[in-house]
Design a protein around this ligand. Structure first.
Ligand SMILES: [Zn+2]
Length: 155
């Protein structure tokens, strides 16, 4: 005896990711379709100060709006600390690149002690980058959470 339910569809629902679609619905507002190009084009993004953070710094939101109803959809939140940390990350990426190149150069010259030293430094920086990225993500999530109730404003 078969336990299969022949009346049931076993095929999974096809749900393309948001960036595979050409449009997405304005689900916080009018529910009309918004072109994906609008989200992917930084030239169409807007920025404004939305409030102050716990350290007294201004929080800036980067967002795009629904062309039909003006509902705002945030893309990123930044304050002076986020900017400082992003700059720190850029500097660390540069250092990482430098130590990785050093390790490679020492390796090709047969200087395995030098290679190992540079590789250890690169590894240390890499771990710093990962830790800092997690802290940065957490900070930006906190900001999103703190300001979310004031967002998605319908004009
Ligand atoms: Zn809308």
């Amino acid at each position: 005896m078969s336990t299969k339910n022949s009346g049931q569809e076993e095929k999974p629902l096809e749900q393309p990711g948001p960036f595979k679609q050409k449009t997405f619905a304005c689900d916080r507002g009018c529910r009309k379709q918004i072109s994906i190009e609008r989200i992917k084009s930084p030239g169409q993004w807007q920025r404004r100060i939305i409030g102050k953070w716990t350290d007294g710094s201004e929080v800036e939101m980067t967002y795009f709006t629904c062309p039909h109803c003006g509902t705002e959809y945030p893309i990123a939140f930044t304050n002076s600390e986020v900017i400082k940390r992003l700059n720190g990350q850029t500097a660390r990426q540069e250092k990482l690149k430098k130590f990785m190149q050093q390790a490679q150069q020492h390796g090709t010259k047969g200087n395995f002690q030098g290679q190992s030293k540079a590789a250890i430094k690169a590894d240390k920086i890499y771990r710093q980058i990962m830790r800092e990225q997690a802290a940065l993500n957490e900070l930006q999530q906190d900001m999103k959470g703190a300001f979310e109730n004031d967002l998605y404003i319908q004009k």
